[in-house]
Design a protein around this ligand. Structure first.
Ligand code: S3P
Length: 439
């Protein structure tokens, strides 16, 4: 079956019950490879996400001479080559669908003194890269994009980078992380100030590898010229993947589902805060800390949701969860209003437009705005929707079927494998009536 022909059929109804552990956190999986490869010593990773995005990062480091064993059942053993031990790759690094890989690698590669070409798939090739190449140029890096600022990236061997003090115009963990990684190779200090808190996995993991990171309010700095010491990483389950089930179990009557070992980093928990404001019944259990990241089990039971105005300070903390939060809004009583979320238009798809189009097809009143959406809760019909190759759109509409009146047929679902391998099997195992169809 051609990859754009993978189609899901989600039959209406069902409830979600039992317990499941969703795959490992994508953000942490990428970073474990990057820091593990540059460290001195052997880094062992467990819970690694065996999805296409993180596997693209893994292949990129193999192309640069890093010996990585695995993944075997989420386990990796990385033989770190040290800060200056990467070898120039013989071919372009293909990062597939992953914006995170491309933006973080741009920073990490800028100071290596190598010529490298970095490419991606059709969706990644449309995504904005100037947000990283402009500040990297200020550090002395030399990186070409297309005229419109999109991939491929041609990274040239530059003279030494210099540290900068950068005020980020967008709240982006990818931009922040890119500059901090470049900062490891820069002379002096590199500081990034964020307009709102964004995920801080890079900062936490750098410290786990023994690299000093200074934080002062919204400003975070690293001093160039240090080294990383190998450590072991236990990757928690991805809260962004758990989010589909948090919404699914909230909207499907008689559901009672436990999600195990979920990463609960406070820069990622917006989906729980927003769902609770909507009236969701989520209990946080067994809170613990694993390798510098908070983790918990989450029990979620069905609840009558109500529409809300989503607080703008929650937007960066739930940035990847909006497709499925729009499904929650469609099932809620009353109106849900999202503002301050223009970033959703430049994700793997234009998530505001693509979700609005799909919700319309299902008979939901969803009005896109420049920076958000207004959704009236009501009945969800059946129909055929297009995910536009965006993994999170495909999984969001799968959950919508739990409350739909007819089948929801979802086109172009192959990219679910970028972040959530075995999604259909795991979802069906807890009560979703989804299956892969032959189109
Ligand atoms: C990510 C940061 C977010 C998020 C992406 C993963 C990361 O992007 O959408 O899926 O791992 O740093 P932005 O920081 O650009 O919003």
């Amino acid at each position: 079956m051609a990859s754009d022909k993978v189609q899901f059929v989600a039959r209406p109804g069902g409830k979600l019950t039992g317990s499941l552990r969703v795959p490992g956190d994508k953000s942490i999986s990428h970073r474990s490879l990057m820091l593990g490869s540059l460290a001195e010593g052997t880094t062992e990773v467990s819970g690694f996400l065996e999805g296409e995005d993180s596997l693209a990062t893994l292949n990129a480091f193999r192309q640069m001479g890093v010996s990585i064993d695995g993944p075997h059942d989420g386990r990796l053993v990385i033989q770190g080559v040290g800060m200056h031990g990467l070898k120039a790759p013989q071919a372009a690094l293909d990062l597939g669908n992953s914006g995170t890989a491309m933006r973080l690698m741009a920073g990490l590669m800028a100071g290596q003194g190598m010529e490298v070409t970095v490419i991606g798939d059709e969706s990644l090739s449309r995504r904005p890269m100037k947000r990283v190449t402009d500040p990297l140029a200020k550090m002395g890096a030399s990186i070409d994009t297309t005229e419109t600022g999109t991939p491929p990236l041609q990274i040239h061997a530059a003279d030494a980078l210099n540290g900068i003090d950068y005020d980020m115009p967008v709240a982006s963990a990818q931009v922040k992380s890119c500059l901090l990684l470049a900062g490891l190779y820069a002379q002096g200090k590199t500081c990034v100030t964020e307009p709102a808190p964004t995920r801080d996995h890079t900062e936490r993991m750098l410290q786990g590898f023994g690299y000093a990171v200074q934080r002062d309010g919204s400003r975070v700095c690293v001093e160039g010229g240090g080294k990383l010491s190998a450590c072991n990483i236990d990757v928690p389950a991805d809260i962004s993947s758990a989010a589909f089930f948090l919404v699914g179990a909230s909207i499907a009557p008689n559901s009672d589902l436990t999600l195990q070992h979920v990463g609960m980093n406070p820069t990622r928990d917006g989906v729980i805060n927003i769902l609770r404001l909507m009236g969701a019944d989520i209990t946080v259990m067994n809170e613990r800390e694993v390798g510098g990241e908070p983790v918990a089990d989450l029990r979620v039971r069905s609840a009558a949701l109500k529409g809300i105005r989503i607080p703008e300070d929650q937007v960066p903390l739930a940035i990847d969860e909006f497709p499925v939060l729009f499904v929650a809004a469609a099932c809620a009583e009353g109106e849900t209003v999202l503002t301050g979320a223009e970033e959703l238009r430049v994700k793997e798809s234009d998530r505001i437009q693509v979700m609005a189009d799909g919700l319309h097809t299902l008979g939901v009143d969803a009005r896109p705005t420049a920076d958000g959406i207004v959704i009236q809760g009501g009945a969800i019909g059946g129909g055929r929707v297009d995910s536009h190759g965006d993994h999170r759109i495909a999984m969001a509409f799968t959950m919508a079927a739990l409350r739909a009146q007819g089948d929801i047929v979802i086109d172009d679902c192959a990219n679910v494998n970028t972040s959530f391998p075995r999604f259909v099997e795991l979802a069906a195992g807890v009560g979703s009536r989804v299956e892969v169809s032959n189109g």
